[in-house]
Every structure is written in C-alpha cells, then in structure tokens.
Design a protein around this ligand. Structure first.
Ligand code: CP
Length: 326
C-alpha cells in the first residue's frame, strides 16, 4: 500500500481485501474489554476537518486512540483558518507539531491530493471526503459491512448485486463505492433522477435506471444516499414529495426486497426524504453496523499506513491489557 490513501484507485483488489482482512483480525483482537493496542504508541494523528462530520471524525479519533496514537483534532471553525490562514500554512503548522498522519476532510475536490503532493508535510495523508470526489474509507467500511452480511462473498464480490440510490451527482460516497465494488467484482446499478446522475456516468461501467420498483426485487444490497441540499444551487427535482415517491425507500419498497437483502446508508440520514423511519430502523438496516465497522476499518487503514511496514502481522499484536498483565 502507498504512503497515502486518497482514492480507491490507490488500492489494488488484493490491498482492498487486505484492509478488510486486517479489520476482521482487529475485530477479533479488540473484542470485549481488550480494546486498546500499543501499535501506534508515540505516533501523532491529526484530524484536519474543514467540513462538518460526526461519524468520520469520531471514528478516526477512536481508531487512532485504540491503536495508542496521540490525536490532535483540528476543526476549521474556531481555528486560524477563519482568520484567513491558508491550507499551506495550516499544513506546515501540523508538520511542525510532528504529525505522522493527517486525515483531511475538505469541501474542495482534490484537496487531499493537493496536500499529499504539496511537499508541505511528510505525513501520510488520508482522504476523509473531498468535495464531491471521493470518500475511500467510507467505501471500505461499506464493503466490510456487506461482507459480514454475506460471508459467501468473503474472497470475491462476483455475483453480488448492489443498487446505489439517490443523489449520485453530489456523492463522494457513491464514487468511492462504485470504484471499490467494481474492483471487488460486484454488479452495481445506480438509481437516480436524470438530473442527479453525473455527466459521463456511462463510462463508469455500471448500469443506470430510473425505475426503483423494477430494480429492488433483484438486489442483495440497497445503499440509500443523502439528498445533499447544501450542495444544490439549483432545483434538481420538482418537490421533496415527488422525489420521495420515486426514489425514497419506504415500507412498501422494503417489502419488495429479497429476504436476505440489507439496507445501507452512510449517514447522516434525511428521514422521510430518501429513507423512511421504518426502513432506517428495520431488521434489514445495517446503518449502525456501518458506523461501528468504521472504527475497525479506520484502525486497519492507520495500521497499514503507519505500522504495517514495521510491525508485521496484526495477529501478533497483543492488546494493552494483556501486555500489562504480564
Ligand atoms: N458518512 C459520513 O461521512 O458521515 P459524517 O459526515 O458524519 O462523517
């Protein structure tokens, strides 16, 4: 694996499965009360968030702490960025503080790549969401969650059918998921109104449809996306009611899903718009499992970027409580 994780394109299929396997081993090691590992003791991880986040920021913080790293949380709000400080000066300040990894979320597509290519810092850069471009750790935690629900796809997603539904145009989650799911072998269908499908989607190597009711009985996974009103400067559909009727997951559509299928949503959810409360809270929903798995996947990514080269096989790492008992 490269020094940075900026895009799913940075990973080979074997490396992607390697991260899922490391997360699985971490789940076994950190099960129960044995949650903290000494792996990244003495390393500093910086959460550099220029856009709001709940799940990603907290789970990266939790992941780094469980690996014993020191964590610095930087939010643009309340920092010198609001006084006009540039990304360069902010990055160089973090470099002076000895950051080993910088996890960046930014409203501009390409911001993570800019930081990695800049030479301003020596740290590993992890993309935690850049504009409408990519959110690679979200796709990895989604793949891990899918694999936990369908153990028959442990080594390959060939034959798995996934529908990604909603605001594809503004979704970095959709882009990273399409890249990763295809890499792992899944068959992907994008469902959205024409106005919310990106120009050039024909070249993505996926199917597209506007007919939710026709697609839903044929999928193993239905991944609902948030309508990103904050990125919409124009009107993209006639009304919320109309959008919900055509592209929302309600209890009627929930009943059309095959028995073993699962419902996913990266969060935050607009309940009553793209997903009904019944669907979000149904026995098919794995939304909270996605959040929990986010910590494991982010531990696996930090381990592989910062510790994997020198510390070898994760299965040989002992939890701190066991070390302390010796
Ligand atoms: N899925 C996701 O990125 O959620 P947050 O915006 O809360 O981090």
């Amino acid at each position: 694996m490269d020094r940075h994780l900026l895009s799913i394109n940075d990973l080979t299929r074997a490396e992607a499965f390697g991260i899922l396997n490391t997360a699985h081993e971490l789940a076994i090691i950190s099960d129960g009360t044995l949650k903290k590992l000494p792996t990244l003791r003495g390393r500093t991880v910086v959460n550099l968030f220029f856009e709001d986040s709940t799940r990603t920021r907290i789970s990266f913080e939790s992941a780094a702490k469980r690996l014993s790293a020191d964590v610095i949380n930087f939010s643009a709000k309340g920092s010198s960025v609001s006084k006009g400080e540039s990304l360069k000066d902010t990055a160089q300040t973090l470099q002076a503080m000895g950051a080993d990894a910088v996890i960046i979320r930014h409203g501009a597509s390409g911001a993570a790549q800019r930081l990695a290519d800049s030479g301003w810092i020596q740290a590993s850069v992890i993309n935690a969401g850049d504009g409408t471009h990519e959110h690679p750790t979200q796709a990895l935690l989604d793949a891990y969650t899918i694999r936990n629900s369908f153990p028959e796809y442990t080594d390959s997603f060939e034959g798995l059918r996934v529908a990604i539904v909603g605001d594809i145009l503004h979704s970095r989650v959709a882009r990273s998921n399409v890249l990763l799911l295809k890499k792992l072998g899944a068959q992907v269908t994008l469902l959205a109104p024409p106005t919310l499908l990106p120009v050039g989607v024909d070249s993505w190597g996926v199917e597209t449809s506007y007919q939710f009711d026709e697609v839903i009985p044929k999928v193993d996974v239905v991944m609902m996306l948030r309508v990103q009103s904050e990125r919409m400067l124009d009107s993209f559909f006639p009304s919320e009611r109309e959008y919900s009727r055509s592209f929302g997951l309600d209890s009627r559509r929930l009943d059309l899903l095959p028995p073993r299928s699962i419902v996913m949503h990266p969060g935050p959810m607009n309940r009553g718009l793209e997903i009904s409360a019944e669907s979000a809270d149904s026995h098919k929903s794995v939304v909270l499992a996605q959040v929990a798995n986010g910590v494991l996947i982010r531990m696996a990514v930090l381990y592989q970027l910062l510790g994997g080269q020198t510390l070898g096989d994760i299965s040989s790492v002992q939890p701190i409580t066991q070390v302390a008992n010796k």
